[in-house]
Write a protein that binds this ligand. Structure first.
Ligand code: 13P
Ligand code: SF4
Length: 297
């Protein structure tokens, strides 16, 4: 399969992009693996004609908005993000009507329609900088209540938070962390800001998946506890052969949508040039500014 994929990639002029939560085999075959911001930046400067996007739907949609002239394929169109689905454009419009003077920051885990209604987008790696850039204004933050609360705490502000969350990170509990800390005393905990507050309060570092990879590589420490989706451990292990990583909750912290992409589906995607991800022009033209303002920061 790998050989066929490489041949088809050359024929189609394609690149394979993968998120850090993809299964090991997919990450191994990808040309570039990264977090949401790194993937958006890569999609904004494509020289390739075709992208096979191994991640969830909003990520491929963001690439389609940033590179409308390119062909963006997702190997499984059913790979969605339940958190992104928690807020609709209609719900956001209702919230905006209640807070007409506020600026809307939307987490990149949102639909193109929601981005089209927002002032600026953010990811977990730049959310603080993005919110800071807005100055002294009221902020409506959608959809992740955890990332929003984390940023508000950091900036010493009150945000109007939407009540969305990541069901996978919600399954990482403080009791799991405490049990792991007892088993591995003195080992640093790296957690994702999508984790709930009790877990965030136990973390030594709150980082996006890409930041976790860079932090673990640069650190003098040899062992880490990891509180995020399990797929991140592939990069942590392969990039740091001399270091140990202990996932806090290896049984439950698995995103079923990220796991829908397989090597077989990548092959079919390149063979059939499916499923193409497109965004209607009227929505894309409104959403692109929201994403571009983030990339400019
Ligand atoms: P990052 O890779 O940007 O940290 O995002 C995590 C995530 O949950 C993506 O769905
Ligand atoms: Fe969505 Fe959470 Fe899965 Fe990321 S890990 S795609 S936020 S459900």
């Amino acid at each position: 399969m790998e050989e066929q994929i490489q041949d088809l990639k050359r024929q189609r002029g394609a690149i394979i992009l993968a998120h850090n939560y993809q299964i090991d085999e997919v990450q191994a075959i990808a040309d570039f693996t990264g977090d949401s911001l790194e993937l958006s930046r890569r999609a904004a400067q494509l020289s390739e004609e075709v992208v096979v996007f191994c991640g969830v739907h909003f990520m491929a949609e963001t690439a389609a908005i940033l590179a409308p002239e390119k062909t963006i394929l997702i190997p499984d169109p059913n790979a969605g993000c339940p958190m992104a689905d928690m807020v609709t454009a209609e719900q956001l419009r209702a919230l905006k009507a209640k807070h007409p003077d506020a600026k809307v920051v939307c987490y990149v885990n949102s639909s193109a329609e929601v981005k089209a209604e927002s002032d600026i987008c953010c990811t977990s790696s730049n959310a603080i900088k993005v919110c800071e850039s807005l100055g002294d204004v009221e902020i409506v933050f959608v959809p992740d209540r955890n990332l929003g609360a984390f940023v508000a705490e950091k900036l010493g502000k009150e945000f109007i938070l939407y009540n969305g969350f990541c069901p996978t990170h919600e399954r990482i509990r403080d009791v799991d962390v405490l049990a792991m800390k007892e088993k591995h005393p003195g080992v640093q905990l790296l957690a994702h800001p999508e984790c709930n507050k009790p877990v965030r309060d136990l973390a030594d570092q709150l980082l996006s998946t890409g930041q976790m990879c860079h932090y673990a590589k640069a650190s003098e420490e040899k062992e880490f506890l990891i509180a995020t989706e399990l797929g991140i451990n592939y990069r942590l292990r392969t990039e740091n052969p001399g270091k140990k990583f202990h996932p806090v909750n290896p049984d439950r912290a698995v995103c079923p949508n990220m796991k829908k992409i397989t090597v077989e589906k990548i092959l079919w995607s390149l063979q059939d040039m499916k499923e193409r991800v497109t965004v209607p022009a009227d929505i894309a033209t409104r959403a692109v500014g929201c994403i571009q303002r983030m990339l400019d920061i």
